[in-house]
Every structure is written in C-alpha cells, then in structure tokens.
Design a protein around this ligand. Structure first.
Ligand code: SF4
Length: 286
C-alpha cells in the first residue's frame, strides 16, 4: 500500500461522504479505499464482469421460480425461469458489454444452467414459505442509512424469520466465513429494525459447491455489525475530509476497472473523472 498522494487540508477536499452504505460498499471501502472513491463517490462507470453478470442472471432465475406458487416450483419451472432470465439478459448492458463470442456465450449459458440445477440439490423450493423476494430495506444508524437487498425472506416451521442469500462464487474458507456472514448480519439488523423481529437464522447458499453456511444472529452480532459499520463510515468521512483515499493492492486489482488511474500501477487518480467515462465507454463498445 502506498502513502496517499493527494493529502490536503479538509477545506480543500472535493469529496462529500455518502449518506448511506450497503454491505458491498462497506467491503469495497475495506478492500480498497481508492477503488471505493472511484466507484461510490466519483461514481465513475465500471465494466461488468462475467462472474457478476452470471450471478445476477441466476438470482433473477431463482426470483422467477419463487414467483410461482409453491406446488408449481418444479424442475421444469426452474428450467423455464433460467431460459427466461437468459433471454432477458441478452439485451442487458451487463451482458452485452461483456462482448462474448458465440462459444463464450454457450459456456456462460451452460454455467448459469448448472448453478440453477445445483440449487435444486440443496433444498426443495416447494417447501419454502417465502414472504419476500429481492426485498430492498433501509434503516438509520445515527446520521447514516444502511441499505440492503435481501434475496429471500421466509418463515420456518415455527413462524420465525429466515434470511437467505444466494452466492454464485466459491464458498469461503473457514477463516473467511465470518467476513462473508457480516453482510447477512447487515440484513438481520435491517429486518429487526423494520419488522421488529430478529431473524432466527441467516443462510448463505453457495450454488457452485452446494454448501450452505448458516448463522444465528444475536444481540451481540447486531452490536458488532453496528460498531463495525459505524467505524467504517467514520473512516469514509475522514477519507473525504482529508482527501485521502489510499490504494490497497490485492488480488482484486486483477478485476479493477480503474487500474490505469491507480498510483500502484503508475496512474494518476485525478485524471480518472475525465478519462474513465471515455476509456471505459470505448472499452464497452470495442
Ligand atoms: S488497481 Fe487495485 S489498488 Fe488500484 S484502485 Fe484498483 S483495487 Fe485499488
């Protein structure tokens, strides 16, 4: 990690801290403050990735499956949902900007179908008592608003709330489980704030490997979530005030749309605002 090249007195800082945070934004800031500035504060365009678009498509297919009444959630219904989602994404910029050729598109479609098929090996969708799909929730924590989208909210046999999140990437190692559950603790907090009830369980379903990680939220996990998120927000505000967003190199750099404006790669961050819309726009059209 390099020292920030743009340290400046607070009065000179051009940045205004956002008033809301989502789980992905919290993790984005922790992963790399400079990439967070580019995407969440400067709101520069970002190129879609195959992994992210594949995940969005499979989420859409499962949402379509759960729109069906429980007895109708058959394997055939899932197949139809996947094909409909594939058709919908054919004209979506998240897919068209990937510029896949026919062979790559066939692989992409196959992987989407495979992830959806794996889902059916993990649970019986006919048995799920869902009460909400793709739920957009928000709740205040001091001056900050926490926002999140819950893939699925359901009731268990005892009428308790269960939060389920589908994952299309790899399951984390045990060391990383706590981090991956922090996003779901976020959702548990939102449920508790809005519905007045803490979910009995939060579940991550890893469709690639067929693994499910389940955790039981508690007053302690909610307190930890609020403490952690408040600390991250304080760091975001401080970074804005000091104009101090430091790059943090990691494996994520390989997928970063802003590498050419990153000082870790010899770039100048102050040029990103004018150059990124042109360069990334051209890359999207190439
Ligand atoms: S290339 Fe890496 S260090 Fe630079 S902004 Fe992107 S994620 Fe951060």
């Amino acid at each position: 990690m390099t020292e920030a090249p743009e340290s400046a007195p607070a009065a000179d800082s051009p940045w205004t801290a956002p008033t809301s945070l989502s789980p992905s934004r919290v993790e984005s800031f922790l992963s790399c403050p400079l990439a967070f500035r580019f995407s969440s504060i400067e709101k520069l365009p970002d190129l879609p990735s195959v992994a992210a678009t594949r995940g969005s498509l499979v989420h859409r297919a499962l949402e379509l499956l759960f729109v069906e009444l429980a007895p109708n959630r058959t394997p055939d219904a899932l197949d139809r949902s996947v094909e409909r989602a594939i058709t919908e994404y054919r004209t979506d910029p998240d897919f068209t900007l990937l510029a896949l050729d026919d062979k790559q598109t066939a692989v992409f479609d196959h992987e989407c179908r495979q992830l959806a098929a794996n889902y059916l090996t993990m649970e019986d969708p006919k048995a799920i008592r869902d009460i909400g799909l793709e739920l957009r929730l928000e709740a205040p924590v001091g001056k900050l608003t926490l926002r999140g989208i819950i893939d699925r909210l359901e009731l268990d046999a005892d009428g308790e709330l269960i939060v389920t999140d589908y994952k299309t990437g790899r399951a984390p190692s045990p060391n990383w489980e706590r981090k991956s559950l922090s996003g779901l603790n976020f959702y548990a907090f939102l449920c508790e704030s809005i519905f007045g009830r803490r979910p009995a369980a939060i579940r991550l379903m890893y469709l690639k490997s067929g693994e499910t990680i389940t955790a039981t939220p508690s007053a302690q996990s909610t307190k930890f979530l609020i403490t952690r998120t408040s600390a991250v927000y304080k760091a975001v505000v401080a970074a804005c005030e000091r104009n101090d967003f430091r790059p943090r190199q990691s494996a994520l750099c390989n997928y970063c749309s802003y590498q050419q404006w990153c000082p870790e790669f010899g770039g100048n961050p102050s040029l990103a605002a004018t150059e990124a819309p042109v360069v990334l726009g051209q890359a999207a059209l190439a």
